[in-house]
Design a binder for this molecule. Structure first.
Ligand code: GDP
Length: 360
């Protein structure tokens, strides 16, 4: 049977970053975004609302020296990183029976190992069935480590003295044994044979950029290989989750939304959860940040667009959003007869959101 292109098309995996305070989540996200900005084609949009997009050709360029270890020919268009790290925010990313996040990076300061919030993060990832890999961060702090900015980990390790390599291995094995206590088998990524059974540990430095290439290549390679069904792009009506509800100058109340499936168009009718019940409204505007060619532009400068394809982070304006609920699902209603069904579904799902926000 011939498979048409649209059947084969994959959307970009949604990536979240979790980990203990001060282990380097923000620095890592900044480094990934910085790498992308330097390497991207002029005028290309990589900044979305609440998320940043790293296109596949950049990942392929960075991963070129790793071809022998991570042979990837990318079918996914790139990776979409949620900009706000941490497990409190992650809890807003729920979708029926799991999470909007397709994969997570757990950032661990390799010199400290797993700490309280690392373990909490693992528990919540396990609960939501989100696969993860570990960025073993701050390798530049290892005594005797010689850093070279922005090279792959596998190139950097070749430049280290033997005793430094042994020191790193000991730190990695501390992590491995901590993870074993939590019921996970884990290993340094270049020594793994079966990625479905073993959590990959990627030594990185968010400060020097060492290992960022390995991390991106692995994220892309693993998601497109093992999450293909989940990443199949559906042409249908959009499904999303509300990240934040805001009041924007000139736009009134708006919602920041991650669209994880389908297509959203201007004037679509959407249904979402509100503080005092279900809201049905019509999309008046869809906005993304303006490309940052002029650095003087405020980061809130927005460009209106007519439609958006999953996966993407956008801002929506529409009437009656004052009471919209962060963490609620959002669906495009393509057919009036389905309103009741959607209502019930959303009510069930936001019971859980309210419960969680009470606990928080
Ligand atoms: P977060 O709380 O997990 O977001 O951690 P931050 O990204 O704010 O980092 C906490 C501190 O660790 C900051 O002072 C960073 O500069 C520092 N840091 C983060 N990554 C690295 C790294 O790879 N190497 C070193 N030496 N310091 C780092």
């Amino acid at each position: 049977m011939k498979i048409s292109n649209s059947e084969k098309r994959l959307r970009q995996p949604i990536v979240v970053v979790l980990g203990h305070v001060d282990h380097g989540k923000t620095t890592l996200l900044d480094k990934i975004r910085g790498t992308t900005v330097v390497k991207k084609e002029p005028g290309e949009m990589t900044q979305e609302v609440g998320a940043s997009f790293v296109p596949s050709y950049i990942i392929e360029k960075l991963a070129e020296p790793l071809k022998k270890v991570i042979p990837i020919k990318l079918q996914i268009p790139g990776l979409l990183f949620i900009d706000t790290p941490g497990h409190e925010y992650f809890s807003n990313l729920r979708r029926r029976g799991g999470s909007v996040a397709d994969i997570a990076i757990l950032v661990v300061d390799i010199t400290e190992g797993l700490q309280k919030q690392s373990i909490e993060s693992i528990q919540i990832l396990r609960e939501r069935k989100v696969p993860f890999l570990i960025a073993a961060n701050k390798i530049d702090k290892i005594p005797g480590w010689k850093s070279t900015n922005d090279i792959p980990f596998l190139a950097s390790i070749e430049k280290q003295r033997n005793d430094v390599k042994v020191y790193l291995d000991n730190l990695v094995y501390n992590l491995v044994s901590q993870l074993a206590n939590l019921g996970f088998s884990a290993e340094r990524y270049d020594r793994i044979k079966d990625f479905t059974k073993t959590v990959a540990i990627v030594p990185v430095s968010a400060k020097t950029g060492e290992g960022i290439a390995d991390l991106l290549a692995l994220l892309a390679g693993l998601t497109q290989r093992y999450l293909e069904t989940r990443l199949k792009f559906a042409e249908g009506p959009a499904k999303g989750v509300i990240l934040e509800v805001k009041e924007d100058p000139g736009l009134g109340h708006t919602i920041d939304v991650i669209i994880y499936d389908g297509v959203l168009k201007k004037n679509d009718t959407i249904i979402l959860g509100g503080i005092n019940g279900i809201i049905i409204t019509k999309v008046r505007g869809i906005f993304v940040p303006r490309p940052l060619q002029d650095m003087k532009l405020s980061k809130y400068d927005l460009t209106p667009i007519d439609e958006v394809y999953a996966a993407a982070g956008v801002k929506l304006s529409a009437p009656n959003l004052e009471e919209a609920l962060a963490g609620s699902p959002l669906y495009v209603i393509e057919d009036e007869s389905k309103v009741e069904q959607y209502k019930q579904q959303i009510e069930e799902e936001i019971k859980e959101v309210r419960l969680y926000s009470d606990i928080d």
